[in-house]
Design a protein around this ligand. Structure first.
Ligand code: TC6
Ligand code: NDP
Length: 284
């Protein structure tokens, strides 16, 4: 039995069907559990069955899983068809699956660059296009497009993460994709937004990258800590709920201030004896 939400009413998303890509781990799993706690039917996908099965075991009967590689067009089509066979509708798609490797730009090969843009940009597009054309745009019983919501995970800081030029470029593309579609697909009642995630202490974040980088990450966040997966899940739930109905084309940055980090403040050598920032004297 999934734990009740600490923030929202338990029936906030009752009756909704929500797809979470990458729902077997980290931020995707946290979102899946919160959405189930709020009454939604959730379908998770990813490449490996084991983490998906663990999410289902934690979430209970209102969560289903199916293996799908979001980079493969046929996989994506089969996954969306299967979800519609199971539930008859999709209300929200959370494009959370993604990732990258850390490497200096000059050492990234053409294949390495393509690998990361294909996952984050092409994969997000394949999922978005398939869900829109199969579930959101076709007419419902009233003869009008059913509509729906797309929420795509991107990356903060927006000036790019050194060592991640491929992912920084791909996520910028996803944010523009969401903004563009918010105009084109408004006529179908489709809302498209991005959540620019700062650094969250998920298991993969804590273990995949060089430990020096991980150890330094919180120090680059003005609020002084990494994000907690439930903080991501709450924003997803808010956007999926009626409170999110007038958001479209937006990028919501969720990062403890990381996007605007300029280094330690007060600046080293520019503090008074108590460590406070310096202040100019008033004119006499
Ligand atoms: C501050 C942090 C902010 C963000 C945090 C998070 O996102 S946390 C969450 C993060 N979560 C995730 O990232 C989860 C998802 N991430 C993944 O699945 C992998 O990281 C992936 C994106 C590489 C795709 O995997 P895949 O199995 O499809 O690919 P593959 O392994 O077969 O490699 C294909 C090609 O890529 C290249 N290349 C690969 N690695 C390196 C490297 N270390 N060095 C150099 N190059 C590398 C290489 O060209 C290779 O070809 P080769 O030379 O072998 O012929
Ligand atoms: N944690 C952080 O600090 C930040 C994370 N992000 C992004 O947020 C998202 C979640 O991150 P996090 O939970 O930390 O990381 P995880 O690595 O735990 O999550 C990535 C998920 O995506 C799935 N996935 C990867 N490739 C594919 C694919 N080709 N097809 C389908 N599913 C795939 C993985 O499952 P499987 O391997 O089984 O396919 C996994 O469940 C990612 O897009 C990440 O890049 C962005 C900014 C910062």
């Amino acid at each position: 039995m999934v734990a009740p939400s600490r923030i929202f009413a338990p029936d906030l998303l009752a009756g909704q069907v929500i797809v979470v890509s990458g729902g077997g781990t980290g931020l995707g799993r946290a979102a899946a559990l919160e959405l189930v706690a709020l009454g939604a039917e959730v379908v998770v996908c990813g490449r490996r069955p084991e983490p998906l099965e663990e999410t289902v075991a934690l979430a209970g009967e209102r969560c289903r899983a199916r293996v799908c590689d979001i980079r493969e067009e046929d996989d994506v089509a089969a996954f969306v068809d299967w979800t519609l066979e199971q539930h008859g509708r999709i209300d929200t798609l959370l494009n959370n699956a993604g990732g990258q490797f850390l490497a200096p730009a000059e050492s990234i090969t053409p294949k390495g660059f393509r690998t990361v843009t294909r996952l984050n940009l092409d994969g997000t597009w394949l999922m978005t296009h398939a869900v829109a054309t199969k579930a959101f745009i076709p007419a419902g019983e009233d003869g009008r497009a059913r509509g729906g919501k797309v929420i795509s995970v991107t990356l903060s800081p927006h000036n790019g993460l050194p060592g991640m030029v491929h992912s920084s470029a791909a996520r910028a593309g996803v944010e523009t994709m969401m903004a563009e579609l918010s105009t084109e697909w408004a006529r179908f009642g489709i809302r498209c937004n991005a959540i620019a995630a700062g650094q969250f202490g998920t298991e993969v974040f804590m273990t995949k990258y060089p430990q020096e980088m991980v150890a330094a990450a919180a120090g680059q966040v003005p609020l002084g800590r990494l994000g907690r997966p439930e903080e991501f899940a709450w924003l997803v739930a808010y956007l999926a709920s009626p409170a999110g109905d007038w958001f479209s084309g937006a990028t919501l940055t969720l990062d403890g201030g990381r996007d605007h980090h300029v280094g330690p403040w007060p600046i080293e050598g520019s503090r008074d004896a108590e460590g406070r920032p310096l202040q100019e004297a008033r004119r006499a």
